[in-house]
Design a protein around this ligand. Structure first.
Ligand code: AHR
Length: 503
């Protein structure tokens, strides 16, 4: 097998990595909230009903920001249902997921959970069934210090200090016909602009995300982006992208090439943003919020809820194998490669629902395979993303044509530490990689971790066998005469950390 090579140079900087690209997402969907982060009566629940075992696993991922409360859920949500005395909150039909929402968890509870999880909340507002008035009110409730109706109501509800929510999403997937109150691009662009202006009048410090397309296969993509930005460019800070990868796909090789799709999607959205910028003659560059991304095998949740209108039924509970984790690793690489424009990204979702963390009701909490590349990014993706020159063997995918066996991204903290995130897409063969580190100078490998199938790409973690798939530590990657030689196991995700000698 032909070897692969890449060249790393600390002066070829793509951009500073915004920590928020390691964000996540908690939706009132299935068992993400109820039975996931929150399960009063569970032996590991704290006084507020939050599961400490789940919190431990979440804290391990060092998630900087969590999008909440949806998702499709938010387009039918009345935020007022989720504040005030819990006993007085209404039970509502959640039309998006055909479930019953008890509203036991709302803004105050989620804010308290975020504090425990050492993260910040990113709130999505309902622009499906609601509009400008509800949008400005929720900002006043969450962020205004005191002395007004909504801020005083928050204080009366027990929260004297504002929640100070910085990031706000202007609706969710409003281009999608499945969305309650879905809109044309022109309808949404106007509404997003007006809602944004009113929200900023209440709190000028907030940052706003407008909805881009639900995925790149939407018939209205990228016209949607162009029209929405035409109407709202000056009022928003970020444009959203959503994308899920998984079955059904005809060719398994296509799945392994998912990051090429993500790269192309981001590049197209960047191009569209810059087109609008040029047309409007603005200096401001639009940044991107990839606020839903993951592997999602939709055939795995085809059966739907056992009974309609249940509370917290098991929905979208994908069980991930090693192959899925390797794809998640390459999707993280794509986000790193676009560090100059993607400033926020949220893995969808955090617990139980297409998630790296699983629980059983009344039972344990465990890490899925996909937890590990996220953990690797949390520990090693720091500082600036670097432009890499790569070459090597490729394979043919029905959708993408030639796909490189090697998927790579690199970061540096600017103080002599470099991290390389490497995926070998070859399902059968080890990939020999030569890394040209001459521009780094004398250096040594201090970490080589990998996740690989060890002969079983369909291996998963379960409650009974929670640590069947874990990362392995390796020695043997050596630097000699300005070149690092490393072997990447078949179908593996790897992280290497290099430290330059002090000069
Ligand atoms: O994350 C699951 C769902 O996928 C979200 O609710 C929706 O926004 C997307 O279509």
């Amino acid at each position: 097998m032909e070897a692969a090579s890449l060249c790393i140079d600390p002066s070829f900087v793509i951009g500073e990595i915004d920590d928020r690209i390691r964000g996540s997402f908690v939706e009132h969907l299935g068992r993400c909230v109820y039975g996931g982060i929150y399960e009063p009566g569970h032996e590991r629940a704290d006084g507020a009903g939050f599961r400490e075992d789940v919190l431990d696993l979440v804290r391990g991922l060092r998630v900087p920001v969590v999008r909440y409360p949806g998702g499709n859920f938010v387009s039918g949500y009345k935020w007022e249902d989720g504040v005030g005395p819990v006993g007085e909150r209404p039970r509502r039909l959640d039309l998006a997921w055909r479930s019953t929402e008890p509203n036991t968890v709302g803004m105050a509870e989620f804010a308290a959970w975020c504090a425990e999880a050492r993260t910040e909340m990113m709130l999505a507002i309902n622009l499906g069934t609601r509009g400008v008035d509800a949008a400005r009110n929720v900002v006043e409730y969450a962020n205004h210090p005191s002395g007004s109706y909504w801020s005083d109501l928050r204080a009366a509800h027990g929260a004297r200090q504002p929640y100070d929510v910085k990031l706000w999403c202007l609706g969710n997937e409003m281009d999608g016909p499945w969305q309650i109150g879905h809109k044309t691009a022109a309808e949404y662009g106007r509404l997003a602009s007006e809602a944004a202006r009113a929200m900023r009048m209440v709190d000028p410090r907030i940052e706003l995300v407008a909805c881009g397309s639900s995925h790149s296969g939407m018939p209205t993509f990228p016209e949607w982006e162009a029209t929405v930005l035409d109407l709202a460019y000056d009022d928003v800070d970020y444009l959203s992208l959503h994308s899920y990868y998984g079955r059904p796909y005809d060719d398994p090789a296509d799945f392994l090439a998912s990051a090429l799709d993500m790269d192309g999607f981001i590049d197209s959205v960047v191009a569209t943003c810059d087109y609008v910028r040029a047309r409007k003659r603005r200096s401001k560059r639009m940044h991107l919020s990839f606020d839903e991304w993951n592997v999602w095998h939709r055939d795995a949740d085809a059966q739907g809820p056992a009974a309609p209108w249940a509370t917290a039924p098991a929905l979208l509970e994908n069980v991930y194998d090693v192959r899925d984790a390797v794809v998640v690793g390459s999707l993280i690489n794509s986000l790193i490669r676009h560090a100059d424009r993607v400033k926020i990204a949220c893995l969808a979702q955090l617990v139980n629902v297409i998630a790296p963390i699983m629980t059983s009701n009344g039972g344990g909490a465990w890490r899925q395979t996909t937890y590990y590349p996220l953990l690797g990014a949390a520990h090693f993706a720091r500082g600036a993303a670097l432009q890499l020159e790569t070459s090597g063997p490729s394979f043919d995918s029905a959708t993408f044509g030639p796909v490189p066996m090697l998927d790579a991204a690199a970061t540096t903290d600017g103080d002599g530490t470099f991290s390389l995130f490497l995926v070998n897409r070859d399902q059968a063969e080890t990939l020999a990689l030569d890394v040209d580190v001459r521009a780094v100078g004398p250096c040594e490998v201090v970490v080589h971790e990998s996740l690989d199938p060890a002969g079983d790409p369909s291996a998963t973690n379960t409650e009974a066998a929670a640590d069947r798939v874990v990362t392995k530590q390796h020695t043997g990657a050596e630097v000699s005469r300005g070149h690092l030689a490393v072997s990447l196991a078949p179908l593996s995700w790897n992280v290497l950390q290099l430290r330059a000698a002090r000069r």
